[in-house]
Design a protein around this ligand. Structure first.
Ligand SMILES: [Cu+2]
Length: 144
């Protein structure tokens, strides 16, 4: 009888541990993962220059460049890039790699009429992408 009771407790404990583990891993992969995304314009939008680009973020703090803080960074907007910059080096600074080192969460862009791509990449205090990189979906817009 005692062995039987022990077996039931053991089985219940295993079921409890399995359920707890499943709940934890599910919440980690969805809610806690740092993310950046372009709020507007939306993929496929037609816009007129100049237009505002709004940056969104989740589970990461947006701070100014030079501020060394855990789980933080500043936005970089990649304009018309078919390949990503070297993830081990500071993100280049040019007209196709725009830095928002003041911790800005939006900008006003002027682009030539035509089709353009926009993508956000977060950089740390030294402008280096995180490991793993925190990068948005790439959106395609048309400037009229
Ligand atoms: Cu930067």
């Amino acid at each position: 009888m005692k062995i039987y009771d022990f077996a039931i407790v053991f089985v219940l404990a295993v079921i409890y541990l399995l359920q707890t583990h499943q709940v934890n891993s599910a919440s980690m992969s969805t809610d806690d993962e740092p993310q950046v995304y372009i709020i507007s314009p939306e993929n496929g939008d037609e816009v007129t220059s100049p237009f505002t680009v709004k940056f969104g973020s989740k589970s990461v703090d947006i701070v100014a460049a030079g501020v060394e803080m855990k789980n933080s960074g500043h936005h970089h907007l990649l304009v018309n890039q078919n390949s990503l910059p070297d993830m081990n080096l500071p993100i280049p600074a040019d007209s196709n790699h725009l830095h928002f080192g003041g911790g800005q969460t939006e900008t006003v862009l002027t682009l030539e009429p035509g089709v353009h791509s926009l993508q956000l990449l977060l950089g740390d205090f030294a402008h280096v992408p995180h490991v793993p990189p925190i990068i948005s979906e790439k959106i395609i817009i048309t400037v009229k």
